[in-house]
Design a protein around this ligand. Sequence first.
Ligand code: GLV
Length: 318
Amino acid sequence: MKKVLITRKLIEENFINIQSKFRLIHNQSDKNLSDNDIIKMSIDCDGILTFPNNNFHTDLLNKLSDSIKIIANYAVGFGNIDIDTANKKKILVTNTPEVLTEATAEVSILLLLGASRRAYEGRIFAENKNWEWSSDFLIGKQMTNKKLGILGMGRIGRAVADIARGFGMEIHYHNRSRLPENLEKGAIFHEQLKDLLSQSEFLSINCPGGKDNTNLLNKETLKYLPDGAVVANAARGEIINDKDMLDAIRVGKVFALGLDVYNGEPQINEEYLKLKNLFLLPHLGSATKKTRIAMGERAINNLDQFLNKSVKPNDQVN
Ligand code: GLV
């Protein structure tokens, strides 16, 4: 049997399945492993099953045993793995697309609503029992019938659009390329990011992270948003320049911000915590049982196809 390192805890259903297919080294403690631990534990492994908070940077990849032929990432995003170095080392990388689309789209909508309807402040008042119903108490922004900009119209962005249509929203998007009509479903394409932003009363970020998309929302681009926009990021923290975003919030350019992902997470820019018009979640995009099991199955299947069946895995990304 081939041998696989699992770098964090796996949901039991997945563990039962993977146990039947591979010899395993499993970090059951679920504490993030150091680079040295990963190098030592995987020394005679054929593959690694890893998670979005394990960073396979150049140096770590270079120090991995040559026996490692595949890294299966338990996430659709794979910015935590340096693909150029993986290519040089001839390590195949896979992700888990499709199965987390709906769960993550739900969280994008939750962020937009939580931010625009001031859910965080509301919770504090409810807990403190120091409020009374009043005609102007905690007035938020209504999402229904507004314009929604979607940055990144892949599967998740399109699922966000599908839900938002139920709110009567006019959908605008920016993407590397225009979608065919059957996927666009009437959404308005903007070739330039600034043109999308200028339409986005509400903005949902759903593009991949990584070098190309780092700091897409910065001092220069944020100024194109309509005054009082609501922004939600369920994609990757690096897409937003935190300092510039904080400035935009302070001057009211951004009315409210919803975040599920952070630069350097689980760290968070402390300045965000001083503001009440933020709705913050701890990277819960794909966190439903159904979705997590499906992600695990997808990752296990990729390992199985490559290591046991010697075929190209369905979700190879490099
Ligand atoms: C989660 O963040 C993912 O990329 O799957």
